[in-house]
Design a protein around this ligand. Sequence first.
Ligand code: ATP
Length: 236
Amino acid sequence: MSLLRVQDLNFYYGDLQALFNIEMDIEEGRLTTIVGANAAGKSTLLNTISGIIRQRSGSIKFNGQNIEGLPPHRRVEIGIIQIPEGRLLFPWMTVEENLELGAFTPNARILRKKNLERVYDILPLLKERRKQRAGSLSGGEQQMCAIGRGLMAMPKLLMLDEPSLGLAPIIVQEMFETIQNINKEGTTVLLVEQNVQWALEMAHQGFVLENGHIILEGKGSELLQNEYLKKAYLGI
Ligand code: ATP
């Protein structure tokens, strides 16, 4: 079943068109990735889905409901959660306080304790660090904390914007495994990545965005065999 359907979506920054006729169908339970170079429009696309910015035209349906008119906080309430690029934690607050801030919708607030335990099960490192200030964590740990905070909002669709940015390869691998585990537990994931090889290896479904256009889509494993993709993005 389709959880998110984006149809004929166009977005402009002033006179500059950043997204062109985007068509995207994301099935419930899937791990989907959007890959592409710098400035391709990946963050812009996520931001239109979360409602931080408004498209010029086109429709976005979530769970069968048209959501173009909803403000970002209403989209959070229906389960669209975005982990922004750069994590945006409160560095002087503890890990646990940062996590609790994720539970700001009425439903999530009621289930806060239970969800906190769930986050600690998925990300045990955060439990060890729970009394530590978020600003004292390593880059990888901060990224995990940002993901944990997103989970506290009880996502139906978890969108992650370049979670691997600035992390050492070994940490990136750990983080991708965590994202896969979150997906296996039933959360639909939309992952934006520049790390094309890794993202497509683990994704059920992938989209390649180039200059605001989706130029390729398909199963992650199939895209990795595509001659153009191999040449342009993997240097093979
Ligand atoms: P990156 O990996 O560098 O974050 P991206 O694929 O996420 O790239 P976007 O950040 O969505 O790309 O940018 C798409 C295009 O829109 C780029 O040409 C960028 O310069 C432009 N752009 C992004 N934000 C703005 C803005 N606030 N005002 C004007 N132009 C913008």
